[in-house]
Design a protein around this ligand. Structure first.
Ligand SMILES: Cc1ncc(COP(=O)(O)O)c(C=O)c1O
Length: 1018
């Protein structure tokens, strides 16, 4: 250094002017500029152009000025539009001129173009300006790609690769705490960076983009107008360019990492960085500062203090302290995100995996979270008494506010959403370490509020990562971290905060937990950090973070980064997205519009109707995200929105849908598959679009075959919505608006064993009920008529889930056929394996109908129906009149039908229906022992009924109780219906995929509801 000072050029302005004229042929005014070791002049030529004349320190090795010159020449040739000084050749044609000073020292001269602008140091370091700086440096370095010069291979302490040498200068730092701080960064450098140096990209870079070397436009200070001073250019790590610029930009900046992110973002756009480089940026920034403060300290020790060298020392120390207080992983996440990388590798894959596998995750609470009536906990409202009490550390008062709210509204679960802006975080621990004068306020977990003691279970298998007790006020209390490594998903952590302390004694790091295993219990305020009882559940995609490092609350500015490091745990916890976001019209509006625009008697379930927006498996999800266990809608036979059906429909719809006048594989494939489930006599299929249409077609077949009209039907039956079917449906023509039976319609009693006369022996019920049909046929015969057909559901459903007594259909079919009639089995509700023991409910009666009609479950929600009959009847129908049905049997519908059969067979759902059905029946029977009101339990497979009576001996219907139980179950999130002439039979037809867990849920809700309803009824 001292040598350099002795050889600093010392020309007068006049001498410099003369040199300029002599070597560059320019007569111009000169203004001296500051320089540490050279002599620089601003040259203002008469033509309005400006230059810089540099008279180089005589001690500068030639190789260095040659390197500078070569660099400038390269940029001139490769990037003449880049706003950097461009070389002006001397009159001799050389890039450098030479002169001798009075002292005898030889100096070299260089003239370069002047760059307009003011130093960034004198302007605001906005994000836009720093992004522009990144762009400029990226362009600069991109222009230097492939450039090399021996002078670039300098051994400088400032070379970031030599940052480890700072250790040798630590002795000059007086304060032991300061030394320790520097040592921490040096240790990280030696551990994380030094070993990787040989593998990282290196090139010639500017290497000193401090804010005096960077100019901004006078007119637009957010635009970098130039980069000057290549005196520190060097062959070193490419990433050093960003690190050095970021180190300077971060000085006295309220958000130094944000400043670095802006530079990295701009640089990456011009000179794409690789993830590994970005991962080192935080440490490289710190090491630039460490180098700077240690060089300053050592120079001060040698020179007794040089103000130029120490100029950035104070802010450098301040920034080092800030960086030291930060979590480098968070800073790195911000920097990665700024370059378009994931905040941590694999973060997005974790979120996507959870979303894809949502359905397979087990319930976190006793029931799936979406099954509870839930509401948002009002922490988003700073003035709400619950928030005020919580912030003031009065958890019991906060809890009372919430309990009161739940009591009044029926809410069972409080939800504190991810990302919510909150004012409750009042403690010191919530002050940001990234941003000055900022508090962390955005909630990064998902809060689930239930009573203290509520058990929480892991939805996924896990290994316990840690169990600890945090003692900070408004901290986590008992805190458990789990590690999950599901197949096909990067590993991730879940954090369970505010638990009761019992978990500490039960769990330890390394324990493995099966999916569904107990994690802990929601703690009381005394154990949970001083909060109203709740679980703070948080996902962490960075498995390198320890439980106490995971930020439960984050800075708003970096919410996008937190959303990848700590994604919303709602899907993991089973909270439906609809809970947060409602779309479409309100209930009231829809009811009004239905009344205005649709037939006003179009039926609506429940006094307070439900608006469903999504179906998923056994669940129906309403517009507020509440999931209802669907035990009623038998159309979604294999579960709502079964992916196999959805895919089959979508694929075929995207390929072709036409009518049946053209040849297509699907219709014959489906006819083959469907008839193969039936007795061999039932060999001919026809497809339609609704159960009603199927029944109407069955009547046409019957008429063509028998030429008759006389109908034998069961009381209280429903067969469809067309007039001719209403005429056959006693359930309709005998009730409000009905006109009684037409003359061709003959109604037999429902063969309901439970209500059979007491003196009928049980084994004779079939025969005795069949006598009713015998009488009707006899009456016809007496009038010289005969029956055209007998039409009945194989298990009368609307009549109250009535199971036909043994032998009934055999007897009836024999009589009808003897009288020349046709037997039609309506399997619209009961078919497709619902009974489990058989594909078709008529099979349980040991009969083979002449015609079978099918609908509802056949397409698992897709409108499809079918009629299957014998070859003989089909032949009668083929009487010369062409049969055509536009939609029936179209390729899309048949694809849906095929998919349904595939799933029933592939997933062995008939066996499931039987097993779960038997499990439910056993549970219902045990309920029957507890509740007098349960008169009869009926069911086979997943077709179930519970008849409620006010008196077991008289069997008087308990209609009100049945209604109250059905409504009570709905309030508790389970859907069922009531049926039967007195509406006193609870009717259940859950999807065939109903699991034992679902069954337990149904049983629990039913029992809870019976208790509540019966307690109220006294
Ligand atoms: C037994 C039975 N048959 C036929 C139908 C008519 O079917 P769809 O409503 O598809 O026309 C129904 C409908 O409830 C039914 O329950």
């Amino acid at each position: 250094m001292n040598d350099m000072l002795k050889t600093t050029p010392d020309f007068t302005i006049e001498e410099a002017q003369a040199l300029l004229a002599q070597h560059f042929g320019l007569n111009a005014a000169l203004t001296p500029l500051d320089s540490e070791r050279d002599q620089n002049f601003k040259v203002s030529a008469g033509d309005g152009r400006s230059y810089i004349l540099k008279i180089i320190n005589a001690a500068e090795p030639e190789i260095e000025s040659d390197f500078q010159t070569a660099l400038l020449a390269h940029l001139g040739a490769r990037a003449d539009t880049l706003p950097v000084p461009h070389l002006q050749p001397a009159l001799s044609g050389e890039s450098l001129a030479t002169t001798s000073a009075r002292s005898g020292l030889v100096h070299r001269l260089r003239l370069v173009s002047w760059i307009e602008g003011m130093p960034l140091a004198q302007s605001e370091r906005t994000d836009a300006a720093l992004r522009s700086l990144g762009h400029m440096l990226g362009r600069f370095d991109a222009s230097l790609k492939g450039f090399m010069h021996p002078g670039a291979l300098r051994d400088l302490d400032w070379d970031i690769r030599n940052a480890g040498r700072s250790a040798g200068r630590l002795l000059h730092v007086a304060d032991p705490q300061d030394r320790a701080l520097l040592q921490r960064f040096i240790d990280r450098f030696e551990e994380r960076i030094a070993p990787r140096l040989p593998m990282l990209r290196s090139a010639v870079i500017h290497n000193d983009a401090n804010d005096w070397n960077v100019l901004v436009g006078e007119d637009d200070r957010n635009r970098i107008s130039g980069i000057i001073d290549f005196g520190d250019a060097l062959y070193t790590l490419v990433m050093a360019e960003v690190a050095i610029a970021a180190a300077y930009a971060g000085l006295d900046h309220p958000d130094p990492i944000g400043a670095a992110a802006a530079i990295a973002n701009g640089y990456h756009a011009e000179y794409p960085l690789i993830e590994e480089e970005v991962d080192l940026l935080f440490d490289l920034i710190a090491m630039r500062l460490v180098t700077s403060v240690t060089i300053s300290a050592s120079r001060r020790a040698h020179t007794g203090g040089n103000p130029y060298l120490a100029i950035s020392e104070r802010p450098a120390w301040a920034l080092l302290r800030k960086l030291d207080a930060m979590n480098p992983r968070f800073a790195t996440a911000i920097l990665r995100k700024a370059c378009g990388f994931e905040a941590v590798a694999g973060a997005r894959a974790v979120g996507a995996w959870i979303d894809r596998n949502r359905k397979n995750l087990l319930a976190l609470l006793d029931r799936p979270a979406a099954a509870y009536a839930a509401d948002i906990v009002p922490y988003g409202d700073p003035a709400h008494p619950m928030t005020v009490n919580s912030a003031a550390a009065r958890p019991h008062e906060a809890q009372s506010v919430w309990t009161e709210h739940c009591r009044g509204t029926g809410v069972e679960l409080g939800i504190g959403p991810w990302g919510e802006a909150r004012t409750v975080y009042s403690g010191e621990m919530f002050v940001s370490r990234l941003l000055e004068k900022t508090r962390r306020s955005r909630h990064l977990g998902l809060d689930l509020f239930k009573a203290a003691g509520t058990k929480v279970y892991t939805p996924l298998a896990a290994t316990v990562a840690s169990v600890e007790i945090e003692t900070d006020p408004l901290g986590y209390g008992c805190l458990v971290a789990l590690r999950h490594e599901p197949e096909g998903c990067p590993p991730f952590l879940t954090l369970w905060g505010h638990l009761a302390h019992e978990a500490v004694g039960r769990l330890k790091a390394g324990d493995t937990l099966e999916a569904g295993a107990l994690v802990g219990e929601m703690g009381a305020p005394e154990e949970n950090g001083g909060w109203a009882p709740h679980l703070h559940l948080q996902i962490c995609t960075d498995t390198g973070l320890s439980a106490s490092e995971i930020l439960g609350v984050g800075e708003e500015r970096y919410l996008d980064v937190w959303s990848e490091l700590f994604p919303d745990a709602s899907a993991f916890a089973g909270v439906a997205p609809e809970f947060y976001e409602q779309t479409g019209r309100t209930h009231e509006e829809i009811v009004r519009l239905r009344k205005d625009l649709l037939l006003s008697n179009l039926s609506i379930s429940y006094e307070k109707p439900i608006k469903f927006v999504r179906g998923e498996g056994v669940w129906l999800i309403d517009d507020r995200g509440r999931a209802y266990l669907d035990c009623f809608n038998n159309v979604c036979h294999i579960g709502h929105a079964h992916p196999a059906v959805v895919e089959a429909i979508a694929r075929q719809a995207a390929t072709l849908n036409t009518n049946t006048r053209y040849l297509h594989d699907n219709i014959v494939a489906y006819a083959e598959r469907l008839t193969s489930t039936l007795p061999k006599e039932l060999a001919i299929a026809a497809f339609a679009n609704s159960g009603s249409e199927a029944n109407s077609l069955a009547l046409r077949l019957m008429r063509a075959h028998t030429g008759r009209e006389n109908a034998l039907v069961l009381d209280w039956a429903y067969h469809g919505t067309t007039q001719e079917l209403i005429d056959l449906s006693a359930y309709k023509f005998r009730r409000k608006g009905g006109r009684g039976p037409k003359s061709h319609v003959h109604v037999a009693a429902v063969p309901d064993s439970y209500h059979a006369p007491a003196d009928w022996p049980a084994e004779e019920h079939g025969k005795r009920f069949a006598e009713d049909i015998a009488e009707l046929i006899a009456a016809m015969r007496a009038r010289g008529e005969a029956p055209g057909f007998f039409l009945a559901e194989s298990i009368p459903s609307v009549a109250g889930q009535v199971f036909l007594p043994d032998g009934y259909l055999k007897e009836v079919y024999r009589m009808v056929r003897d009288a020349g009639g046709v037997c039609i089995a309506d399997e619209v509700q009961v078919g497709f394996g619902r009974v489990g023991s058989h594909w078709w409910a008529f099979e349980t009666q040991g009969v083979v109908p002449d015609v079978v009609t099918m609908g509802k479950p056949i397409g698992a929600g897709h409108p499809l129906a079918a009629v299957v009959t014998t070859r003989e009847i089909a032949a009668s129908f083929d009487n010369g009149m062409e049969y055509f049905n536009t939609f029936g049997g179209n390729p899309v519908s048949c694809a849906a039908g095929l998919a349904v059969l595939d799933v029933i067979e592939g997933e062995d759902l008939r066996r499931n229906a039987l097993e779960i059905g038997n499990y439910l029946l056993a549970a219902f029977r045990s309920m029957q022992e507890r509740y007098e009101v349960i008169g009869d339990i009926r069911g086979l497979g997943l077709f179930l009924g519970i008849e409620l009576v006010s008196d077991r001996s008289t069997k008087a219907p308990a209609t009100e109780i049945a209604r109250a139980v059905s409504n009570g179950a709905r309030q508790r999130g389970v859907l069922m219906g009531t049926e039967g002439p007195h509406d006193n039979v609870l009717k259940m037809r859950p999807p065939m995929i109903f699991s034992k867990r679902d069954a337990d849920h149904l049983i629990a809700v039913l029992a809870e509801t019976f208790e509540a309803v019966l307690a109220r009824a006294g």
